[in-house]
Design a protein around this ligand. Structure first.
Ligand code: PMV
Length: 326
């Protein structure tokens, strides 16, 4: 029975084996798979409120600020189509992590959006269908539907039905921690979509990058299932560095790092060399995410906080998938 309003929450996620490139830009189909961890502590809460009958568009408010409805409206259109119609909505979305900190909110945002839309329209979709819908908003959002360790399948059907995420292991399987070092607070220079497109169109390394992902997925899957931290560290750092290498070789080259990003990466490597359980990953921006064994978290946070240029440290654990909040 369709309701008038619904609320959902979802956590951000960080890829250990990166997604960088699309096989179909319109449907947001990834060129290769990816593996991520869903985080606790960095989350989006989204409330949908049905607008009165005369309304002719959705409305979007993020952290109290009205924004163009763009992709949010397009994803809501897809859910209304599945429901055979439905009202326009006011979407009130709040991120509990610092805005302008360069942490992608699109993954948690679209995962929370489709979960709330499913509830308010009474669709009762499976997690897999929700993942497919979230993917239409942002490729990485497909993964935030699930908690813990998650794998995104690239699929091979043209309509994208099989390009969905699935759970690999839950949070309790291996309660890793993530220390996020914020090294710049201004908005990032090139969005992931633009960066991916430029890499696909101009980087001579792009085909090689795509060709290596399947082997990395295999290693990461094994490392997670066997809780082999060294293996996960090696494959994750390698995947991040290869993604950035392909982007650096685009024309013009995409340089997402600043001096503090690099200093954090070196510090993480130095810590690991002396036996501390930590590795780094970096996305389409300058922030460094240091993934650690639970016992290493305090030492890693202290070390990264001391690096000149690190403005702030956030500490997260692994969290659940997107869910309706009552
Ligand atoms: O979901 P998008 O379109 O913002 O792309 C995410 C790209 C990376 O964050 C760099 C990698 C990933 O797999 O999350």
């Amino acid at each position: 029975m369709p309701a008038h309003t619904a609320k959902a929450r979802a956590g951000a996620n960080i890829a250990l084996v990166k997604y960088w490139g699309k096989r179909d830009a319109r449907l947001n189909l990834p060129a290769a798979g990816s593996i991520s961890i869903t985080l606790s502590g960095l989350e989006t809460n989204t409330r949908l409120h049905a607008l009165h009958e005369g309304a002719d568009t959705d409305e979007l408010v993020v952290n109290g600020q009205c924004l163009p409805v763009d992709r949010v409206g397009a994803v809501l259109d897809l859910t209304r189509k599945l429901a055979g119609g439905g009202p326009f909505f006011r979407v009130d979305s709040d991120n509990n992590f610092p805005t302008g900190a360069g942490l992608a909110s699109s993954a948690s945002g679209f995962a929370a959006l489709v979960t709330a839309a499913d509830q308010v329209l009474g669709l009762g979709l499976s997690k897999s269908r929700l993942s497919e819908l979230a993917r239409r908003g942002s490729g990485s959002a497909a993964r935030s539907i699930f908690g813990g360790f998650v794998e995104m399948k690239p699929g091979n059907i043209d309509d994208g039905r099989d390009a969905v995420a699935e759970p690999l292991a839950n949070c309790e399987h291996w309660p890793l921690k993530v220390v996020v070092a914020i090294t710049a607070t201004e908005a990032k220079s090139v969005s992931s979509t633009d960066g991916m497109n430029r890499t696909m169109q101009t980087s001579p390394y792009y085909p090689t990058w795509v060709a290596t992902v399947a082997a990395d997925l295999e290693l990461a899957r094994r490392a997670i299932l066997e809780r082999d931290f060294e293996l996960l560290a090696d494959v994750s750092e390698s995947s991040a560095l290869k993604m950035h290498a392909s982007a650096l070789a685009a024309s013009p080259g995409l340089l997402y790092w600043n001096p503090a990003t690099l200093a954090c990466m070196h510090a993480v490597r130095e810590l690991r060399a002396v036996g501390c359980g930590v590795f780094f990953t970096v996305d389409a921006g300058p922030q460094v995410k240091a993934v650690c064994l639970p016992g290493a978290c305090a030492q890693v946070a202290d070390r990264l906080a001391d690096i000149p240029g690190v403005a702030r440290i956030l500490i997260c654990g692994l969290g659940p998938g997107a869910e309706v909040v009552v």
